[in-house]
Design a protein around this ligand. Structure first.
Ligand SMILES: [Zn+2]
Length: 376
């Protein structure tokens, strides 16, 4: 079981939580905000363990008592086993467990009212099983629909006794201001790059790849490990050298190959994210994520080229492919490189608006080859 004292690289956030735990007025609702993969979720679980620990925590510490879970009591043992009856993670895939078959069958891409009602509001109003309150952790909280957030407002404002709600979000600005204002916000910053590199090396990632991923993810160990696992490094080397060698007419075969690669990566994500009993990760969502990963990594090459072209003092992300970066910097003037970067971002938006993946990749390659304006 991970305790607050085990969290690495997030001293500000953890210190703040420990102060809160030792203080007199414990907030009922938190918003853990920060990039993906820097420990927000782990810290939320550690805070829950501290609150549900039967030897300490719960905002009722005696002088000198450590504001953390003890790791020994029955509550801590249940947390360690992942079976504590008063610890409730809330996530969109819970729709698969909903009593209403219509909710169950809809492949949810948002946290809608049915999930928030059945898995948060209703259980929050039932008593604590072990008498130390209840903790709810809402993952990807920005996926809550406005209606779901409105339904939750009253519970956030005045939760039943002993109930703590932790919203975990990458982009808290997408939440309604009324939701945000009811939470104590705790910010999580990026982890040191060397820390990320070390974690990757521990997972047997080779040095060149570890260096690239540590730079590219800017201190998100979770994201770096996930990208390493998805095998994106080989693909990024291939993509960057391919676009650097493109003629002005593009390359239909390359577009085709990248569209197929998107599908392959989406399939892989669906297979690895499948939870027993829960519905498959919605296929469209997986495709959007896969193409978003690829477009952003491609944009990183053009961003490096822009730095070279403008002589900016910035360490390149793709330091392992300076030839390809240099070729792009020689081919396009800075304003066209900036245009490509901007357009790659817009293609990602188009994919979220359901534009066909193959059509998007055809256009991406034309943009990469000529910095031509968007064709879709
Ligand atoms: Zn304990």
């Amino acid at each position: 079981m991970i305790k607050l004292s085990d969290i690495v690289g997030q001293d500000d956030a953890v210190d703040r939580l420990r102060r809160v735990l030792s203080g007199e007025r414990m907030p009922h609702a938190f918003l853990f905000a920060g990039p993906d993969g820097v420990g927000r979720r782990t810290t939320a679980t550690a805070l829950a363990a501290a609150l549900l620990c039967e030897n300490s925590g719960g905002g009722s510490l005696l002088a000198g008592e450590e504001p953390d879970a003890c790791g020994q009591c029955a509550g801590c043992r249940l947390m360690a086993a992942g079976t504590h009856p008063d610890f409730h993670p809330v996530y969109k895939e819970l729709a698969g467990y909903h009593e209403d078959s219509e909710v169950r069958n809809r492949k949810m891409q948002e946290l809608g009212i049915p999930v928030i009602r059945s898995f948060l509001i209703a259980p929050a109003h039932q008593g604590s099983n072990r008498g130390r309150g209840k903790v709810f952790v809402v993952l990807e909280a920005e996926l809550m629909s406005p209606a779901a957030q409105n339904a939750l407002l009253k519970t956030l404002e005045e939760p039943p006794d002993g109930v703590t709600i932790i919203l975990v979000a990458i982009r808290p600005e997408l939440l309604l201001p009324t939701t945000r204002s009811r939470c104590a916000t705790v910010r999580f910053g990026p982890l040191p790059r060397e820390f990320v590199r070390e974690k990757l090396r521990e997972s047997k990632v080779e040095d060149g790849e570890a260096d690239f991923l540590a730079r590219y993810t800017e201190g998100s160990v979770g994201q770096a490990l996930q990208l390493a696992d998805s095998g994106i490094y080989e693909l990024k080397r291939d993509m960057l050298s391919s676009v650097a060698g493109l003629g002005p007419g593009g390359d239909a075969e390359l577009a085709e190959r990248l569209a197929k690669e998107t599908e392959k990566r989406a399939d892989k994500a669906i297979r690895s994210e499948r939870t027993p009993g829960a519905p498959e990760l919605a296929r469209t969502l997986a495709q959007r994520r896969a193409s978003g990963d690829m477009l952003r990594i491609l944009a990183s090459g053009y961003r490096d080229a822009l730095s070279v072209a403008t002589g900016a003092q910035r360490e390149p992300v793709n330091a392992d492919q300076t030839d390809a970066v240099g070729a792009l910097a020689r081919r396009f003037p800075p304003e066209q490189l900036a245009e490509v970067i901007d357009q790659l971002g817009q293609y990602e938006q188009l994919i979220w608006r359901n534009v066909n993946i193959k059509i998007v990749w055809d256009n991406v390659i034309i943009t990469c080859a000529s910095a031509a304006p968007l064709g879709v």
